[in-house]
Design a protein around this ligand. Structure first.
Ligand code: ADP
Length: 495
């Protein structure tokens, strides 16, 4: 269905574009061709008419010279009302108009008043001057027209007719008219029209079907291959990836993007699985203890003290379960963006100082020195309670994972529009293999060595920092120490 609709859409668009382009091209070509053919014909007719005029003039001049030699005065020689001119013109038409260069051109000559003097054989009724010719002539004394001329009883033909007024001393002395049949002109126009308006749509149709099919199949082939692989991907074989085509086109980009998406889904899938496993494990331990203690207590009658001690121990485990569930709930709220920040003006230096103070007892117990270097006046609007939780957790971890006699340092500095907080320790460090996961829920680097925590502290810290549009990062070297860096923008948070 997808294939079909893409194919049809593609072919339709392709045909439409091809048709519009060809149509435009055809119109331009057609009108340009017609105009240039007409212009060519008109130019030819004009030069033929000029040829006729100069040829008649030669005849006329010869006659005139001979007459002058015979003693006739030159002033008598005007082409108007002159029998000699009429004779010359008639002779010229009967002799010259049969010459090869004038073939296909009909010539007529009219005197100044418009009366016909001579005309090529065959023109018959077609020889006449257009009405009001004097007004129709252009600046070259030329007038063009198309004329249908009946050549015999049954045949009629279209002619392109040029009428030229021959001017001497500012007066029209006679008219030359040349006519050429439009048969060839019409034939070539008709031929072009046939090609353009009949053959072109056919070509467009065939081209679009053929090219469309071809283009669509080479475009869709890699997509089909991709679809096949995608269909095979299920929860069980999330490792499958699309083959990246060796092209540099959008299909390659699509395959790469799809693979990136699969990577993301896969890692989310794995961490979800791990989370489910860890969460159930985390809850099972206190529940198993609870169950065991209760079962033992119920085996026989106990003294009040014994019951009290069991109940106290039970309460401890229940508190542990409550803490886990509360933390998970908080994370879930951050995930669904339900956790609301209670924004208040906050002095970060002061907050960090208080946090250091709160953990001092813990540090002293392990003989760990806590140094702080805090820049003053780093103030902004933030949720102080939640940020306190972040720093408390980072400091608590620093002390927890540092051996006796170690050192912990807390730093605060303003970097442009950011506050940078660093909490570093000289503790046990984090293995490179664990580093990418420590912000994940319930992840603990070395499960055997830290039984106190749930592995939720850092993921909660990350959620709180992100809710403040900040970032949290870690650098660590095993057995040397760890540094956590928190960057918080000092600009106002959105409501
Ligand atoms: P936990 O409650 O286990 O401390 P966290 O989310 O706070 O959980 O930390 C996750 C894991 O990251 C810890 O279990 C520990 O392995 C590692 N970790 C965190 N902070 C430090 C640190 N400062 N030094 C070494 N390891 C650390």
């Amino acid at each position: 269905m997808f294939r079909k609709s893409v194919r049809i859409k593609f072919i339709l668009w392709y045909t439409l574009l091809l048709a519009v382009t060809f149509l435009l091209f055809s119109f331009i070509l057609y009108f340009d061709f017609e105009k240039s053919q007409r212009d060519n014909m008109d130019d030819l007719l004009f030069s033929q008419a000029e040829g006729v005029v100069s040829s008649i003039n030669t005849y006329w001049e010869t006659e005139k010279m001979e007459a002058i030699k015979g003693g006739v005065s030159e002033s008598v020689f005007t082409k108007i009302n002159n029998e000699n001119f009429v004779k010359i013109a008639r002779r010229w038409v009967s002799e010259k108009s049969r010459e090869p260069e004038l073939l296909n051109i009909m010539v007529s000559i009219y005197d100044y008043s418009g009366a016909i003097i001579a005309s090529s054989a065959g023109l018959g009724q077609g020889s006449y001057l257009p009405d009001g010719i004097a007004n129709k002539l252009d600046e070259d004394n030329v007038f063009y027209e198309n004329r249908r001329i009946r050549l015999s009883r049954s045949s009629e033909m279209s002619f392109r007719v040029l009428t030229l007024g021959v001017v001497e001393n500012g007066k029209i002395v006679y008219f030359v008219q040349v006519a050429s049949p439009l048969t060839l002109f019409y034939a070539s126009i008709r031929r072009l029209r046939f090609i353009l308006f009949l053959l072109l749509p056919l070509t467009v149709f065939i081209a679009s079907i053929a090219a469309g099919e071809f283009l669509v199949s080479i475009t869709l082939k890699p997509l089909n291959r991709m679809m096949k692989t995608v269909r095979q991907i299920t929860g069980e074989n999330m490792h499958l990836r699309l083959q990246i085509p060796e092209t540099k086109d959008e299909i390659k980009k699509l395959a790469e993007t799809f693979n990136e998406m699969l990577d993301k889904i896969n890692s989310a899938f794995i961490s979800q699985k791990r989370f489910m496993h860890d969460a159930s494990h985390e809850l099972r331990t206190p529940l198993t203890i609870l169950k065991g203690e209760l079962e033992v207590a119920l085996k026989k009658a106990r003294s009040q003290d014994e019951y009290l001690s069991v109940l106290r121990s039970n309460l401890e485990e229940i508190n542990r379960i409550v803490r886990i569930v509360e933390n998970l709930l908080l994370l879930a709220r951050f995930d669904s963006q339900e956790a609301v920040l209670k924004k208040n003006p906050l002095d970060l230096g002061l907050l960090l100082e208080e946090t250091v103070k709160d953990t001092r007892v813990l540090a002293e117990k392990k003989n760990i020195s806590v140094e702080s270097s805090l820049e003053g006046n780093v103030e902004f609007e933030a949720d102080g309670e939640k940020l306190r939780r972040v720093f408390l957790n980072l400091l608590d971890n620093a002390i927890k994972y540092t051996l006796e006699g170690g050192r912990v340092s807390v730093g605060l500095a303003k970097r442009g529009s950011y506050a940078e907080i660093e909490i570093a320790d000289t503790g046990i460090g984090i293995d490179n293999k664990d580093l990418p996961f420590i912000f994940e829920r319930l992840y603990r680097a070395d499960k055997s060595r830290s039984s106190q925590g749930f592995g939720l502290g850092l993921s909660i810290a990350k959620s709180i920092v992100q809710a403040h549009r900040g970032t949290i990062s870690v650098q660590s070297k095993l057995h040397q120490g760890t540094t956590f860096k928190v960057c918080l923008p000092l600009t106002a948070l959105p409501d």
